[in-house]
Every structure is written in structure tokens, then in C-alpha cells.
Design a protein around this ligand. Structure first.
Ligand code: PRP
Ligand code: ZN
Length: 299
């Protein structure tokens, strides 16, 4: 099969989204072999290949129709969109849905000894960032005037080098900031992984595969939170127990051999089941509680 018939998914080459993105593809059923150059994962059992690229390039690759789908941080999507708009170009990629990983935030951080008393404290200063459009937009919305110093990386050392006074960069654990004697003072943007697609109509066979992949991604997203719960309950306690089961629609009620008072209740819970919930169920009369992970789900 040639390029025309194979779907291409752009994924971050190395970074916070890489493992989760490849894992998502595997959980959608993809078996792949990784090329020698390590830049292409060839789908062996589906007409779908994964291209490993720099995250900042992903929206462009999808926009230019080199890739059909992309998994990229909301931070990059936001920055690219503002960038395309500033150049008067249509942002030709379509955001399909957020994915349940890669959470981080784009934040303003100041040197440890900096006296920060709100956004006004950075008025007239220099902000180093790799997200110039997002920062400019935030400054405008906040009513602050500051100089945006656009860098291509290593933003966290800019204040020490005297290239800027403060920075705006991605933070997840905060350890990069800490190691560089900086502290987070304002969240500019919350971010998580996003699925984007080309708005260009695809040949039917490809479009069909894309639909299938999107359904499988939905399925994967559903099961990560879903649990299958089984328990025994006195019939009289059923209304209360149904109320306590988190995010489940219609539980299955099964008779138990040798008793008419008790039944078995089986239910899919579309939310995580916490210890607190189990304790409440037990207090309501439930016994023999069992919570199982759900592997696949197709609503
Ligand atoms: C970001 C950011 C910091 C780091 C922060 O880079 O530039 O270096 O992550 O994470 P922490 O709070 O857990 O220490 P990223 O890995 O996303 O790479 P990129 O910005 O070059 O794409
Ligand atoms: Zn990047």
C-alpha cells in the first residue's frame, strides 16, 4: 500500500507525550515495527504509520496534510493557532478532542529573590519564552506592557544570562524551575495532550480507518477510568447501593443460589472506584466487593 492509502499520525519524538502517545496507539490495537532511523513506526496490522517528530512541528505537518492525525500538547496548539492568525493564515488543523495525559501548564516564573506582587510587577520587564504569541496575548488581556524575548529553548537560564528578567515556560513537576532558582507566579495556560486532524477530506478508505481509530481512542479513554464492580447486596438495600455506584447506568442483578434475600450486583462504573465508595457500599449492606479493571470497551 502506498502513502495515499496509509494514515499517518504525528507524535512527539522525545518528550512528555511520547510514551503515552505510543501507548495509546498500541492500545488501539496497532502493532508496529520501528524503522532504523527511529523516526517512523510502520503499522504491521493496520494501514497506519506513526511519524516521530518535534512537537512544535506537529500542527504544521497536519496543516500541510503531510500527516492526517497528530497528538500534541494544547500549549503548542494554542501557540500555533495564534501564530497562524497573526500571519492571516487559516489554522488548517482541526482539534478533535483532549486526551487524558500530558497535563502541564504554561506559567510565568520569576527568580527566587524577585518581589512579585501580581502581574503589575512585570510591567516594563523582559519575558523570555518559546511561546511568544501566547505570552503577547496574555499580556494584552492582562493589560501589562512587557518585552517578549523569543528563544528557541533553554528559557530557564535566560534570567541568569541577563537576557530576560522573568520567563514564561511549561511547568509540570516544577523541578526545572526549582533547579534554576525560579518560582512560578502566574498560570497563563493549562494544557494537556490533544488529538488534531487535517481538515482536508480523505479518500474513503482512509477516512473509514480514521473513524475506526477515533472510536478506538474513545474506547481507550473510557476504560482508563472505568471499573467493573461486583458485590452481594440485600434486596432491600438495592436502591441505596445503586445510588452509590459511581457513573453506572443499569446494573445487572443476579440471583444467588440458596438465598432469596441477597442478590449479586454487577455494574460498569465509568468513574474510578475509590476506597471511600467501597466503604459506603459496605456500610449500605454490600459484601463480597470486587473491583476489576476494564480492558476494552465499545459503547
Ligand atoms: C518543558 C519545559 C521545561 C520542562 C518543565 O520542556 O521547557 O524544560 O518541560 O518540566 P518540569 O516542571 O517537570 O521540570 P519539554 O520537555 O516540554 O520540552 P519542549 O518544551 O522542548 O518541547
Ligand atoms: Zn517543543
Amino acid at each position: 500500500m502506498d502513502r495515499e492509502e496509509r494514515l499517518r499520525v504525528a507524535v512527539q519524538k522525545s518528550g512528555r507525550l511520547t510514551d503515552h502517545s505510543l501507548d495509546l496507539m498500541s492500545r488501539c490495537g496497532l502493532k508496529y515495527s520501528r524503522g532504523k532511523d527511529q523516526l517512523l513506526c510502520y503499522g504491521e496490522n493496520m494501514p497506519l504509520d506513526v511519524l516521530l517528530v518535534r512537537d512544535d512541528d506537529i500542527p504544521d505537518l497536519v496543516r500541510e496534510d503531510v500527516c492526517d492525525l497528530g497528538i500534541v500538547g494544547g500549549n503548542v496548539v494554542h501557540e500555533k493557532r495564534l501564530g497562524f492568525m497573526a500571519r492571516g493564515v487559516e489554522p488548517l488543523f482541526e482539534v478533535l478532542q483532549p486526551l487524558d495525559f500530558g497535563r502541564c501548564r504554561l506559567s510565568i516564573a520569576v527568580p527566587d529573590q524577585f518581589r512579585y506582587e501580581g502581574p503589575a510587577s512585570i510591567d516594563g520587564l523582559r519575558i523570555a519564552t518559546t511561546y511568544p504569541h501566547t505570552v503577547a496575548d496574555w499580556l494584552e488581556r492582562t493589560g501589562i506592557k512587557a518585552e517578549v524575548v523569543t528563544l528557541s529553548g533553554a528559557v530557564e537560564i535566560a534570567p541568569r544570562l541577563g537576557r530576560a528578567d522573568v520567563i514564561c515556560d511549561l511547568v509540570s513537576t516544577g523541578s526545572t524551575l526549582q533547579a534554576n532558582h525560579l518560582r512560578e507566579v502566574e498560570v497563563v495556560l493549562q494544557s494537556q495532550a490533544m488529538l488534531i486532524r487535517t481538515p482536508v477530506p480523505l479518500p474513503q478508505a482512509k477516512e473509514d480507518w480514521l473513524r475506526r481509530i477515533l472510536l478506538r481512542i474513545d474506547g481507550v479513554q473510557l476504560v482508563t477510568e472505568s471499573k467493573y464492580i461486583m458485590l452481594h447486596a440485600p434486596r432491600a438495600a438495592l436502591p441505596e447501593i445503586r445510588r452509590l455506584l459511581p457513573g453506572s447506568e443499569y446494573p445487572t442483578i443476579v440471583p444467588l443460589e440458596g438465598t432469596t434475600e441477597k442478590v449479586a450486583v454487577h455494574a460498569v462504573c465509568r468513574e474510578n472506584v475509590f476506597w471511600e465508595t467501597l466503604e459506603s457500599l459496605k456500610a449500605a449492606g454490600a459484601s463480597a466487593l470486587l473491583v476489576l479493571p476494564v480492558e476494552k470497551m465499545l459503547p
